[in-house]
Design a protein around this ligand. Structure first.
Ligand SMILES: [Zn+2]
Length: 307
């Protein structure tokens, strides 16, 4: 049972775009396939494509959905919990990016910040920026497995190191929930900061659990989402270079197949392109993108597999 549920969750965490049958059946753009993408973009492949000769190609790509939070540490109440306004603004932004059933900025919060719950949270909630979120629909007590991946992606793009803590993962009777730490919160506890940049930290590609759980365990939900505002605060992707490689192409794709992909929080253009075995330049050209350093959440891209 638990294995099946976990497998379902992992599948949910890897966004698998559904090819649009209509888009595949009726492509509106018919460029001649090119075997490889020349390093200098050609301005015109077909008359309908936007010239990209003036496109400046960045070395850093801003993940979709990034937005710097206000540095406001006024404490506010959320239900029976206390958080700061910065964390509140980040939760509200995550809720907008996510748009699903879990009430990220409201009823889902099951532990706030500035709170001592003893050993259960290893001190991570003692300072600002830490929240726990329920992934259970009440009153039926149904785990919203399909919602967890989208909620985590939105929380990460909004600036949280966020992980699912499964049943019994922290202690024999610990409940399933999302634990989230606001990156760059000036009032983080030392234990929460360690979950960001410490040995088992989010920015190192791990799940944040302290040393008592053994060697650092890989983050099951993809690597860190690193926004420009985080870099300005000194945070970087601290994973080894091999762990930062672009994703490999999804299986069962047919070269030349045209499909559409809706941009999700945390996506970057090179990572989206790699998932379809194509190049960021090709996707930019096909979709007439004038800005390639950032993508808007919800933008629909037309992609030709292997282009
Ligand atoms: Zn927690």
């Amino acid at each position: 049972m638990a294995v099946a549920l976990t497998a379902g969750l992992l599948a949910g965490c890897s966004p698998v775009p559904t090819p649009s049958p209509t888009a595949a059946a009726a492509p509106t753009v018919l460029p001649s396939p090119v075997p490889s993408i020349p390093p200098s973009p050609q301005p015109t492949l077909t008359p309908s494509l936007t010239p990209t000769a003036e496109l400046t190609w960045p070395t850093v790509f801003e993940p979709a959905g990034c937005q710097p939070p206000p540095e406001d540490y006024t404490r506010v109440e959320l239900g029976s919990w206390v958080i700061n306004r910065r964390t509140q603004a980040m939760l509200e932004h995550a809720a907008r990016l996510y748009g699903g059933e879990i009430d990220l900025a409201g009823a889902a919060v099951t532990q706030g910040s500035y709170h001592d719950n003893g050993a259960a949270s290893f001190g991570t909630h003692l300072g600002g920026g830490a929240v726990d979120l329920s992934v259970i629909r009440l009153p039926e007590w149904v785990v919203l497995w399909d919602e967890i991946g989208p909620a985590l992606r939105a929380l990460r793009a909004a600036g949280f190191a966020a992980w699912l803590r499964d049943y019994g993962e922290l202690s024999p009777d610990s409940p399933i929930h999302i634990h989230a730490v606001a990156v760059g919160d000036a009032e983080l506890s030392a234990a929460a900061e360690a979950q960001l940049t410490g040995e088992a930290g989010y920015f190192r590609g791990y799940d944040g659990l302290p040393a008592q759980f053994g060697a650092p365990r890989p983050d099951r939900f993809g690597g860190p989402v690193v926004c420009a505002w985080m870099r300005a605060k000194g945070y970087e992707d601290l994973r080894p270079p091999e762990a930062r490689a672009l994703p490999t192409a999804l299986p069962d794709l047919t070269p030349g197949q045209t499909l559409t992909y809706t941009v999700e929080p945390g996506d970057t253009l090179p990572a989206v392109a790699a998932r379809f075995g194509t190049q960021a330049e090709a996707v930019a050209r096909r979709n007439g993108l004038t800005r390639v350093d950032t993508l808007a959440v919800g933008k629909v891209l037309e992609i030709v597999v292997g282009e």
